[in-house]
Design a protein around this ligand. Structure first.
Ligand SMILES: [Zn+2]
Length: 371
C-alpha cells in the first residue's frame, strides 16, 4: 500500500517546511486562499518536516500550520485480492432528503452532549452583524433519526449506482439493488424511496391513511389535535412511533395509487445496513494529525461521533458476523444544517468483486484492516 498526501500548508509557514525560496519552485496559493497545496508520499522528507514544524508551532503559537491534509491509499492487485473487507468511499451528491419531506424525529434535549455547542446568531442584516453564542437547547446529533420512507425526487439524483446524501443515507440504483438481491448479499435492507415530485411538505397527510386516522382519533380522545405541537411530539414517543412509521409508509402507498404521471425512467432505493455494527479498533487514528485535539467528539448512550478517520480503518474481527454489507459502530461527521453523522459503509470481498465486475462507477475503496 502506498499513501499519498495533499497538505494544505498555510503560506506563512511554507518557508519553515519547504525552506527559503519555495516560491521559485512554482508553488503558489490559489486566489482567495492563504495556503498552498503540497503533495507527496506519506513519510517523505517534506511530510516528515511538516510533522515536526507542526508540533513546534502548535507548542509555541498554539496554531496549526495547515488548513487540512488529505490522504489517499493505493493498493496493489495482490493486496486487494487478499483483503476481506472494504471501506466504501462514495462522494456526496448535493442535497438532503430532509428538504423533500423525509421525516426525522426531533432530537430530545441533552445538555451534556451536542457536538455543535455554539451557533451563529444574526443580529442585524445591513450592515451585517452577528455573534457566536452557546446554544440554549443542546441536543445530541444522534437523537434525530429517519422514520418512514425517504423522500427524494429521482430526477434530482445523479445517474450513479451508489450515492451518499448529506444526511448520511445511501441511495442505490435499481440495477445495483437487483444485483445485491440476485447475489444474496446479506447485511443490508433495501427500502423504496418516495419519488417526491411536489417538493417538501411540512407535515404528512396522516388523515389520508388508516393507521394515521387511528392515531388522530386516539390523540383526539386525549384532547390533542393535528395542529398542536404536542401531537407531533406524541407521535414520536416510543409507544406511538411504530404506528406513526406505519402511517408514513401508508401515506406513500396512497399517494402512489393516486398518481397519474408516467413512472420514472430510472428508479432508486435506499440501502440500510441491518447487520451488527463492527467495532472500530484502537489502532485507528481518530484525531487529526495536523490539527490535534479531538474536535467534534461526542459520546453518550446514543453512540459516539468523531469528525473522521485519519488513518487506515481497523476493525475488530470478532465483531464481524461475515455479512456482505456492514457499518462501523462509530459515527462520523456532525450535525450541521442538513448534514448528519453517519456510520461508515463496508462491503465484503465478494460484493467488492461484484461491484468492480459490474462497473459500479465513481466509488472508491480502501482496505479495512481486521484485527
Ligand atoms: Zn450524544
Amino acid at each position: 500500500m502506498k499513501e499519498t498526501y495533499d497538505l494544505f500548508l498555510k503560506t506563512k509557514y511554507a518557508g519553515l517546511v519547504l525552506g527559503a525560496g519555495w516560491e521559485s519552485e512554482g508553488r503558489f496559493e490559489q486566489p482567495g486562499h492563504d495556503f498552498i497545496t503540497v503533495s507527496g508520499t506519506v513519510g517523505d522528507e517534506i511530510y516528515t518536516r511538516a510533522r515536526k514544524v507542526f508540533r513546534d508551532v502548535l507548542q509555541s503559537q498554539d496554531e496549526s500550520i495547515v488548513r487540512g491534509c488529505q490522504i489517499k491509499r493505493h493498493y496493489t492487485r495482490k493486496e486487494s485480492d487478499a483483503a476481506e473487507l472494504f471501506l466504501v468511499l462514495s462522494p456526496y451528491q448535493y442535497g438532503a432528503a430532509e428538504e423533500y419531506g423525509t421525516w426525522y424525529t426531533d432530537a430530545p434535549l441533552r445538555p451534556d452532549c451536542g457536538i455543535d455547542r455554539q451557533e451563529l446568531r444574526i443580529l442585524q442584516i445591513s450592515p451585517f452583524r452577528s455573534v457566536i453564542e452557546n446554544k440554549k437547547n443542546l441536543t445530541c446529533a444522534l437523537g434525530s433519526r429517519q422514520v418512514g420512507p425517504m423522500h427524494y425526487p429521482f430526477g434530482k439524483l445523479t445517474k450513479r449506482d451508489l450515492i451518499s446524501l448529506w444526511g448520511g443515507e445511501t441511495v442505490i440504483s435499481e440495477r445495483f439493488a437487483e444485483l445485491i438481491e440476485r447475489g444474496r448479499f446479506g447485511g443490508g435492507r433495501i427500502e423504496p424511496i418516495w419519488n417526491t415530485v411536489s417538493g417538501a411538505r411540512a407535515f404528512p397527510a396522516l388523515e389520508e391513511t388508516p393507521t394515521g386516522t387511528e392515531l388522530i382519533a386516539r390523540a383526539g380522545s386525549m384532547g390533542m389535535k393535528v395542529s398542536d405541537r404536542e401531537f407531533w411530539m406524541w407521535v414520536e414517543s416510543a409507544e406511538q412511533l411504530p404506528a406513526f412509521e406505519k402511517a408514513l409508509w401508508e401515506e406513500k402507498k396512497v399517494a402512489e395509487e393516486r398518481r397519474t404521471a408516467a413512472p420514472p425512467s430510472r428508479r432508486y432505493l435506499q440501502l440500510r445496513v441491518k447487520s451488527p455494527p463492527l467495532a472500530v479498533a484502537e489502532q485507528t487514528v481518530l484525531v487529526d494529525p495536523f490539527i490535534g485535539g479531538s474536535q467534534d467528539h461526542c459520546k453518550c448512550e446514543l453512540g459516539e461521533i468523531y469528525a473522521r478517520v485519519f488513518s487506515r480503518l481497523y476493525v475488530k474481527r470478532s465483531t464481524w458476523d461475515g455479512s456482505d454489507i456492514c457499518q462501523t459502530d462509530l459515527y462520523f461527521g456532525g450535525r450541521q444544517g442538513l448534514f448528519r453523522p453517519f456510520r461508515r459503509l463496508m462491503v465484503s470481498k465478494r460484493l467488492f468483486d461484484l461491484m468492480n465486475q459490474e462497473k459500479i462507477k465513481k466509488v472508491q475503496f480502501e482496505i479495512v484492516e481486521l484485527v
